[in-house]
Design a protein around this ligand. Structure first.
Ligand code: NIG
Ligand code: FE
Length: 438
């Protein structure tokens, strides 16, 4: 299957030499080709360039194109295998092409929505107060035990279809609403099935240490022991997770708990990606960096010391604007972090409690509106840096030859800046994942 997109108003983030991530001033760099074509075949990006180069080439024999009005002749340089084979052509006049979003932090496998808690929150209860009353994550864990794997799979698949429509091409999904061995494994097996059956690229994270179950409140380390000695070995045995996560924050898991869990997971090859510094200067950022985490996420409480620690690391700082917005929290100092030279990823945190939306276009807008990222910086944060934060930046996150053909075509839009500016509506018209129109 081959697709040729022609007359692209702007081909965004098209890189001849792909970067694995962008940091500091580099985040403002968004390579773009005007009036471009993009050729994809066998699920991969094969070629792109100026339209003028496409139509004047005569190095290869003309390939047949399927056009509504019959057949046209066109040359794909360097790809003689295209000769004679059918190529679907899409005319993108007035429209732009972007790499699909990489959403590096979600909890989108969950049993039920939690809008009643949200009403409590409007009436004045804090996230921590709701959690202390057995609401929040514990509420989801209770429902998780009563929900079948089939129901979880069906509802999560609907959410995946929804996020594809908004332009997401890769997503990380965490467990963490099980909080006992059986339910954690159930969640992870559902994620594995989603991986096998969805066109999205999916990475799976084991988050047994998401909250302390009520029965272990007085003996937290006993629960940590279960995570380490029982859950992690079983998760590894069935190869159910790519990464390991801990909610390292005030009222949840301590730095000591976190370090014990991360080192246990790493023995089984699970790289850390952790929740840190959402509720306080918890030491979570330092713990993540110490264990060479792929990313540390949330980061509302990030000061000079944390910035310094991150500057000396390979860890991707990841901000979750949806959660800070929805919970009315302080915003992470994104501008200061980029100005200090750090890279930054933005992710949705799609979950039923703190961020019930997986719409990455909204996250892009929030990145600009609430965190003062320029449109270019925000686009890099939801594409290449998101890809890095989920360990896939060598195959996703930008338009580069050899990367997966995961892209979206916009509706007719005037400028790149229009993407974050025109917030709240869907600017994506067509999504192509692994070279297939969705
Ligand atoms: O990333 N902060 C911890 N965990 C989730 C919230 C999950 C929930 O409330 O259900 C988060 O925001
Ligand atoms: Fe989260």
């Amino acid at each position: 299957m081959s697709i040729l997109i022609t007359n692209i108003k702007k081909l965004v983030q098209a890189e001849k030499e792909p970067a694995v991530k962008k940091a500091g001033k580099e985040m403002a760099n968004l390579p773009t080709i005007e009036n471009a074509y993009l050729y994809m075949s066998d699920g991969l990006i094969k070629e792109f360039g100026l339209m003028s180069e496409l139509t004047t080439s005569n190095e290869a024999k003309p390939a047949r194109l399927r056009l509504s009005g019959g057949q046209a002749r066109i040359c794909i340089k360097h790809h003689p295998e295209a000769s004679g084979s059918a190529i679907e052509q899409i005319d993108a006049s007035g429209k732009m092409v972007f790499p699909a979003f990489c959403d590096s932090h979600t909890h989108l496998v969950y049993p039920a929505s939690r809008e009643i808690e949200y009403v409590d929150k409007i009436k004045g209860l804090s996230y921590e107060e709701i959690a202390k009353r057995g609401g929040g994550i514990l509420n989801s864990a209770k429902k998780m035990a009563e929900t079948s794997a089939e129901e979880l799979y069906e509802s999560a698949m609907k959410r995946l279809k929804e996020i594809i429509c908004y332009g997401t091409g890769a997503v990380e999904i965490k467990s963490g609403y099980g909080l006992n061995t059986e339910s954690e494994l159930k969640m992870l097996r559902v994620i594995k099935r989603l991986k096998e059956n969805s066109p999205l690229t999916i990475k799976s994270t084991f988050l047994g240490a998401h909250s302390i179950p009520t029965e272990y409140r007085r003996n937290q380390s006993e629960y940590v022991d279960i995570v380490i000695n029982k859950m992690i070995p079983l998760v590894a045995e069935e190869e159910l997770a790519d990464y390991i996560d801990v909610f390292c924050d005030r009222g949840f898991f301590t730095v000591e708990d976190t370090e014990r869990i991360l080192s246990a997971g790493m023995k089984y090859g699970l790289k850390p990606k952790i929740h840190a510094n959402e509720l306080d200067y918890s030491g979570g950022i330092q713990a993540g960096v110490k264990y060479n985490a792929l990313s540390v996420d949330h980061l509302e409480y990030t000061g000079d010391e944390e910035i310094e620690t991150l500057l000396n690391s390979e860890t991707m700082p990841t901000i979750l604007p949806g959660a800070a917005f929805f919970l009315g929290m302080v915003y992470a100092p994104a501008r200061k972090m980029i100005d200090a030279g750090l890279p930054l990823a933005l992710a949705s945190d799609f979950n039923p409690g703190s961020s019930p939306s997986g719409n990455m276009q909204l996250i892009l807008s929030m990145g600009s509106i609430l965190y003062r990222l320029t449109p270019e910086e925000a686009i890099n944060a939801v594409t290449i840096n998101g890809a890095y934060a989920m360990g896939v930046s060598d195959e996703l996150g930008s338009i580069a030859v050899g990367k997966k053909a995961n892209i979206f075509i916009t509706k007719e839009i005037p400028t790149i800046e229009f993407m974050p500016y025109y917030y709240g509506s869907n600017k994506v018209e067509t999504v192509i994942l692994k070279g297939e129109v969705q």
